[in-house]
Design a protein around this ligand. Structure first.
Ligand code: HEC
Length: 100
């Protein structure tokens, strides 16, 4: 019984982290993209707070895999390679909630 409880607790904790953590994860992105994702990162990227979450997700997955990006994709590959698929979902969702 006890182990079932612990598993349930762990699942709960992981879910809670996934939803809350767009905001925390985004702190490391804000340096370049702006606190509201309103900037062209390093004068180069598009303004991503106007993007749909699905587009943000596929760009991040693409950077991670090396199948997406422009002249400065190396910068984003470093960023994206640290993110899990759950992190990417949480970030994409969070970015769409930011002030335009
Ligand atoms: C060191 C600066 C820097 C940081 C930190 C950074 N980015 Fe970027 N980001 C860029 C640059 C530069 C580009 C454009 C890269 C290219 O040429 O494809 C970009 C592009 C993007 C794009 C696609 C936009 C486009 O123009 O195609 C997304 C989405 C994105 N970043 C999300 C994020 C997220 C989420 C994080 C945090 C996990 C993050 N970035 C952290 C610099 C940064």
């Amino acid at each position: 019984m006890r182990s079932i409880f612990l598993v349930a607790l762990a699942v709960f904790a992981i879910n809670a982290m996934a939803t809350e953590d767009g905001a925390i994860l985004f702190k490391s992105c804000a340096v370049c993209h702006g606190v509201n994702a309103q900037k062209k990162a390093l004068g180069q990227s598009e303004v991503i707070n106007k993007w749909k979450s699905s587009k943000i997700e596929s760009a991040l997955i693409g950077y991670k895999k090396g199948t997406y990006g422009g002249a400065m994709k190396g910068v984003m590959k470093t960023q994206a390679s640290r993110l899990s698929n759950e992190n990417i979902k949480a970030l994409a969702k969070y970015i769409t909630t930011l002030k335009k």
